[in-house]
Design a protein. Structure first.
Length: 70
């Protein structure tokens, strides 16, 4: 992954940590270009009491190619 993409991911990660979207918590960001997050289930849905962990994997094609979620 080239340096400008890494800088973009780092900057966006810092912004998300300062002001995360409601119901989303960033757990971990590592050197292998993955981000782990927890997403709270939206209220008034069958998922309202759920807490879902997602691992986002970024490839060298980011931002052309979206990250893969696992």
């Amino acid at each position: 992954m080239n340096g400008s993409i890494l800088k973009l991911l780092h900057r966006q990660n810092q912004e998300l940590k300062k002001s995360p979207p409601e119901g989303i918590t960033i757990i971990n960001v590592d050197e292998s270009h993955t981000i782990q997050v927890e997403i709270e289930g939206p209220s008034d849905t069958p998922y309202s009491d759920g807490l879902f962990r997602v691992k986002l994997c970024f490839t060298s094609e980011f931002p052309i190619e979206a990250p893969k979620g696992k």
